[in-house]
Ligand binder design. Structure first.
Ligand code: SME
Length: 165
């Protein structure tokens, strides 16, 4: 495996082309039957290094009624988050993707890295149950929009389909 084959390093690539290239890379890196933690680690790395202006990218996994930090790239973050708390807990509790353009305007935002200014959280839903979330942070306000949601939801669905919990 050679990194250049997978990481999308062209900063000028239009968003839709970037999404397509990353989705193809994810499919190649995570074949059906991959261990779930291995897949999470690989996807976190692929997204972190292929999406511009991202300072944290990773997974929290559901354990009981809490989210526990899983594979990620970026600075050390909160170890656990209760369902309903923060952006991650809210996305998990409401089973929907949440885009936060300005984390300072999100009353219950949990600041793991004070450099983070915007965030997107995608729930991982398996047979109606949230088994975790995919979380991305950016140091730029407004870095994420609803346009990012279908792409990240596709990546999340692929991860669940191709791995066993
Ligand atoms: N900001 C998140 C906490 C997790 S970190 O961003 C990695 C939240 O409010 O849930």
């Amino acid at each position: 495996m050679h990194e250049a084959t997978y990481v999308i390093s062209d900063r000028e690539l239009p968003p839709d082309k970037r999404f397509e290239a990353i989705t193809q890379a994810a499919a190649a890196l995570v074949p059906p039957g991959t261990d779930r933690i291995a897949a999470m680690a690989t996807i976190a790395s692929l997204l972190y290094y292929s999406l511009p202006d991202v300072n944290w990218c990773g997974f929290y996994r559901t354990v009981g009624n809490r989210l526990i930090v899983g594979p990620f790239q970026g600075k050390p973050a909160c170890l656990e988050i209760s369902f309903g708390r923060g952006v991650c807990g809210r996305a998990a509790a409401e089973q929907r993707t949440i885009v936060v353009s300005d984390v300072n305007a999100f009353p219950d935002h949990i600041a793991c890295d004070p450099a983070s200014r915007s965030e997107i959280v995608v729930p991982l839903i398996e047979q109606g149950t949230v088994v975790g979330v995919l979380d991305l942070d950016s140091p730029l306000p407004g870095r994420f929009t609803q346009h990012d949601a279908p792409f990240l939801e596709t990546i999340a669905a692929m991860l669940l389909e191709r791995t066993a919990s």
